[in-house]
Structures are given as structure tokens and as C-alpha cells.
Design a protein around this ligand. Structure first.
Ligand code: ARG
Length: 581
């Protein structure tokens, strides 16, 4: 299969436009889109309308000319032109059947590997050191991982970077506080790392002498004084070990720790380069860059601070160095920053400075992929009752425990035996539910974290899809198709429900492509949910195991392709499936 369905149709429309309106046809906007309403065919091209507008012609006539030039006999019925100027396409069942047959038995669902792979750097998770990870980092981890998976699946090279906050002025107070605790015979307890951080912070604020010691200690750390470095390294190690528990629960792999400290040796170079280009200016003792278009509330130009008035480098400078490293050293074609929406201005300014400094070729994309907040059932930011950050380990563990109770209750209700591997089932369903509840939301919106909703079998949830998958697999096992079809299968799409299912399956790879344009995992979630709903229609109207051959094999093949679509789609979202529940 050479390309995704949409890419194929796009190419046909583009060719027709050239034939009908010449090589320089004023073609703008999308060439073809899936139809929202099946009465208008399966795919529809709005392009005649934009051409008509530029040429000052009648859109319906332009659409007719486009349709006349369109060569789609092999795959669709003759195109239909409707007012004001749409060209609608209805796929031919034989063509759909042949195309979907190529997905049967193939976990890649017939998807070719991209011909022009690029290096995609995905900066995600990125918690701060000596602190608990919070739910914002949970969102970043879940969304970033899903996006990285999709790029990887399409055949790009992916660099998953954990930009851990392991450097900065706060390390002065953390080091001094820890060293003093130890001198007094006490030590840091990672279970209470939040209170450790807060205690250090309080001393730093209230005690001028402590503050002074902390300032000096940072300078020593930066200068590489061995004992400061050693304590710092220990703090890094402890936090990373602490966070690893969360990554293990989430089955996040391949995420490389490349924290802020990694870029420290590169910061002088950033300053030199900005200075040489005359971009760096003095502003109240600090060295800053002003970029057009950024102003504060008063409307005054807003600077990006590269070096503060004490001579220190901050978060923004590190991000500038990271961009240079990712683009120049690593050769990234895109860099995605999966970070909460609160940091939008930071990234907009950092990107603008990096481009102004000429570090980022025009064809390299830098994108902040922002997301909203996680709210509690009270509609406020999710916190513990005492107002602290929710411990992610506890949150995820609760999801697993609730999933276990849910599986037991369902088995009892239906008189089914309990799964032998109840622990694994509970973990798969519990963690899957948390991830899916996040990914199925519009990324930019805030959402309410509700165990009851995410663990429900009604609606667009992970357990719903996991149970649907397990039912499909049980049918396939019963037919002896557990490892795929016994041989090549001819697919018949005589029933409307069969045709609808097959068409839905064919759209999957276009949904994945779209994820690399909009970075919106919720479209994939919505698609998988639709697939399982169309499958339900099919299952209701088309007996599978009870049909005669060759219809039986054709229907089993549709079950196989549907099950693989759910499995692959969920895997890309970081969610596992279960063969039996
Ligand atoms: N550590 C930061 C935070 O918790 C997120 C870092 C995001 N990545 C970056 N390159 N700035 O807010």
C-alpha cells in the first residue's frame, strides 16, 4: 500500500486540478476531507470553491470541470458535484475490500514507513528536582509519550528528552539545608521531599544569614566545588529514583534524562553568540534580548532575561542552549515541548530569540504543545485535602486498586471466573483508564479527574475499549484465528454494516497522520471509540462464527483488522490491551 487513503485522494485531486486549470492553478486550502455526512459520499473536495473565488468564476462550474478531470475509476464511483461547489467521492466496495484485506494480520495496518524521516525531539515529563512530580507532569508524561509513539510508529527518529529541573538558584538553599540537616544527625526522607523543599524555602526567605550561605553555595556548585557537586549529584539521583517508580507504573520507556544541568557548559556560548550578533542589551543590570511583539501589561517591551544582574543564568537561557543543541548538534527537524499552558509566553519568547539569532532554519519546527489543568471533582486544581501536590504514586496506585475492585465486581455480576492474572489485569485497566481519560480530552482544556468516569464501561473510556478488544479476541480464538488468518482472505462487504466498518478502519492511518499535524491525541481516542461503535453495529447485524464460508472468513477478517486497529491505536496511546478479562 503506497500511502494513506487521504494522501492518495489528495494526489488525485491535485492532478485533476492541474489538468483542469493548468500547472499554476490557484489551489488553496484542503484538497479533500472526510465527509461528515455519509449522504455526501465518503470524502469531499472543497477545493473548487477556492479556485472559483480566485478566478472569479462560478464554483459549481469549476467543480464540474474538476470532477471531469478526476481519475478515480479504480477506487470510487463517478464523482458527484453538489452546490455550491463540492466534489464528493464514494469509495467502491470492491476497492475498500481489497484495501482492508491488506490490514488483516498486520499490526502496522498496512501503513508504510515515511519516506522522509526526520529527527523529532519530544521534550516531556520534565519534573523538578527535590520535589514530588505533580499532576501537570503526569499530563506532560502521558501526552508526550503518546505523541512520541506516533512519530516513532510512522518511521521518524524520536528523541524523548526529560528536561529535568536539576539546576538553578534553588540548589543553594537545598544543598545548605540538607548539609545542615546531616550535620545535626538527620537526613532527607524522599517520602517527605515536599516538606524538605518547603522547609528549605522558608529558611531562605526568613533567615538572611541562611540566604547568604545558600547564595555562596550555588556559586560553589557552579564552580564545581567537589562537596557541593557530590551532594547535588546525590539529590539528583534520589529524585530520579523516586520518579522512576512513577515511570514504571506508567510503563514509560526510552525517556532520557537530559536535565537543565546538561546545558550548563553551553551557556557561555549562547551569551557570546547573542553578544556578537548585537542582540544582547543591558537592562537594569541584567543582559536581555528584546523581541518584537512581546510587551508586559503596561504595554512596555518585555525582555527575555539571559543573564540576571547577579551574573546568573536562568531557565530561559538554558532553553536557548537546549534549542541550539537540539537543532544544531542533534539535527532535529521538529522540537515539541509538551508543557503546561502557563508557560506559553516563555516558549514564544525563547523560540523568537532562537530564530532571531539564526539558530533555527526556517524548515525546522519548534512547537509548544500546551495543555490545561487537572481538576478535582470540586472543579478546583487537583490537590490533597491539606492543599499539597497529589502524590502520583498514590494516585496511580488508587487507580489500580479501583480497577481490581471493578474487575471483581463485573466478574461476579456476570458469573464469570476471575482472571488468573488479576494483578496484571488490574494494572492494565487502572493505568489505561488514567491515561485514556487524559488523552481523550481536548488537550488545551482543563479536565476533571474522576475515577468513576474513567473506570466506567459506558462511554469513551479505556475499559470500554479494552473489553471490546477482549471480546473480539475471544471470537478469533474460538475460530482458530488467534495468530491471524490461516491464509489469504477475500473480503466481502455485502452488508452496509460491513462496508461502514471497513471504511472506518481504512481511515485509521489518516488519523495518525493528523496527530503529527495537530498534536491532538483526542482525535485518535475518538476514532478508536467510533471504530468500536461501528464494530458493534456490524456484530449485531452480521453473524460471524455462525456464517457459512467464505462469508465466515471474510467476517473473521474484519474482526481481526478491528482488533488490530484497537490494539495498535491503544498501544500508541501508551495503553495495553488484554487478551482475556
Ligand atoms: N521543569 C519545568 C516545570 O516543571 C518544565 C520543563 C519543560 N521543558 C523545557 N524545555 N523548558 O515547569
Amino acid at each position: 500500500m503506497p500511502e494513506t487513503l487521504l494522501a492518495l485522494l489528495n494526489a488525485r485531486i491535485a492532478a485533476a486540478a492541474r489538468t483542469a486549470f493548468g500547472p499554476d492553478a490557484p489551489v488553496a486550502g484542503p484538497l479533500v476531507l472526510p465527509s461528515r455526512d455519509a449522504r455526501h459520499g465518503d470524502y469531499s473536495s472543497p477545493v473548487a470553491m477556492s479556485v472559483a473565488k480566485t478566478l472569479g468564476r462560478n464554483p459549481f462550474e469549476v467543480a464540474e470541470e474538476l470532477a471531469a478531470a478526476l481519475e478515480v475509476d479504480d477506487l470510487a464511483d463517478p464523482p458527484e458535484v453538489v452546490r455550491p461547489g463540492f466534489v464528493n467521492l464514494r469509495l467502491r466496495p470492491e476497492w475498500v475490500a481489497a484495501r482492508v484485506a491488506a490490514e488483516v494480520g498486520d499490526d502496522r495496518l498496512g501503513l508504510p514507513v515515511v519516506v522522509d524521516p526526520e529527527l523529532v525531539v519530544v521534550d516531556y515529563s520534565s519534573p523538578n528536582l527535590a520535589k514530588e512530580m505533580h499532576v501537570g507532569h503526569l499530563r506532560s508524561t502521558i501526552i508526550g509519550d503518546a505523541l512520541a509513539n506516533v512519530f516513532d510508529h510512522l518511521g521518524h527518529r524520536v528523541d524523548r528528552v526529560n528536561h529535568v529541573g536539576d539546576w538553578g538558584a534553588q540548589f543553594g538553599m537545598l544543598l545548605v539545608h540538607l548539609e545542615e540537616l546531616r550535620a545535626a544527625g538527620d537526613d532527607l526522607d524522599m517520602a517527605n521531599v515536599e516538606s524538605f523543599y518547603r522547609a528549605a524555602n522558608a529558611r531562605d526567605k526568613d533567615d538572611a544569614e541562611f540566604h547568604e550561605r545558600a547564595r555562596n553555595r550555588v556559586v560553589e556548585l557552579q564552580d564545581g566545588e567537589p562537596s557541593a557537586r557530590a551532594t547535588w549529584a546525590e539529590l539528583v539521583e534520589l529524585t530520579e529514583r523516586n520518579n522512576q517508580v512513577v515511570y514504571d507504573l506508567l510503563s514509560v520507556v526510552g525517556l532520557e534524562d537530559r536535565g537543565e544541568s546538561f546545558y550548563q557548559p553551553m551557556l557561555d556560548g549562547v551569551v557570546e553568540d547573542l553578544t556578537a550578533q548585537g542582540l544582547l542589551v543591558e537592562d537594569q543590570g541584567a543582559k536581555v534580548v528584546f523581541v518584537d511583539g512581546f510587551t508586559n501589561k503596561e504595554g512596555d517591551p518585555l525582555p527575555l532575561i539571559v543573564r540576571n544582574r547577579h551574573g546568573g543564568y536562568g531557565y530561559a537561557t538554558t532553553d536557548l542552549a537546549a534549542i541550539r543543541h537540539r537543532v544544531k548538534e542533534l539535527g532535529a527537524g521538529r522540537v515539541l515541548y509538551v508543557v503546561d499552558a502557563g508557560q506559553s509566553q516563555h516558549f514564544a519568547m525563547v523560540f523568537a530569540v532562537a530564530r532571531k539569532a539564526g539558530w533555527v532554519p526556517d524548515d525546522v519546527e519548534l512547537t509548544h504543545v500546551p495543555f490545561g489543568l487537572v481538576l478535582g471533582e470540586d472543579g478546583k486544581r487537583l490537590r490533597t485535602r491539606t492543599g499539597e501536590n497529589v502524590h502520583l504514586r498514590a494516585l496511580l496506585q488508587e487507580a489500580v486498586d479501583r480497577a481490581r475492585a471493578f474487575v471483581i465486581a463485573r466478574a461476579e455480576e456476570r458469573g464469570d471466573p476471575l482472571p488468573d492474572d488479576l494483578d496484571r489485569v488490574a494494572a492494565t485497566i487502572g493505568i489505561g483508564a488514567v491515561k485514556y481519560a487524559d488523552l481523550s480530552q481536548n488537550r488545551q482544556s482543563n479536565y476533571i479527574f474522576s475515577f468513576d468516569k474513567m473506570l466506567s464501561l459506558k462511554g469513551n473510556t479505556a475499559p470500554y475499549l479494552q473489553y471490546a478488544y477482549a471480546r473480539m479476541r475471544s471470537i478469533l480464538r474460538e475460530a482458530g484465528w488467534a495468530d491471524g488468518p490461516p491464509g489469504p482472505v477475500a473480503i466481502q462487504l455485502g452488508h452496509d454494516a460491513e462496508l461502514e466498518l471497513a471504511k472506518k478502519l481504512l481511515a485509521t492511518n489518516d488519523v495518525l497522520e493528523r496527530m503529527t499535524e495537530e498534536y491532538a491525541p483526542n482525535h485518535l481516542c475518538a476514532h478508536l471509540y467510533e471504530v468500536s461503535q461501528v464494530y458493534n453495529q456490524f456484530y449485531e447485524h452480521c453473524p460471524v462464527l455462525r456464517s457459512e464460508e467464505p462469508l465466515r472468513s471474510s467476517r473473521l477478517a474484519l474482526c481481526d483488522a478491528t482488533a488490530r486497529t484497537l490494539k495498535t491505536g491503544l498501544a500508541l496511546l501508551g495503553i495495553a490491551v488484554l487478551e482475556k478479562i
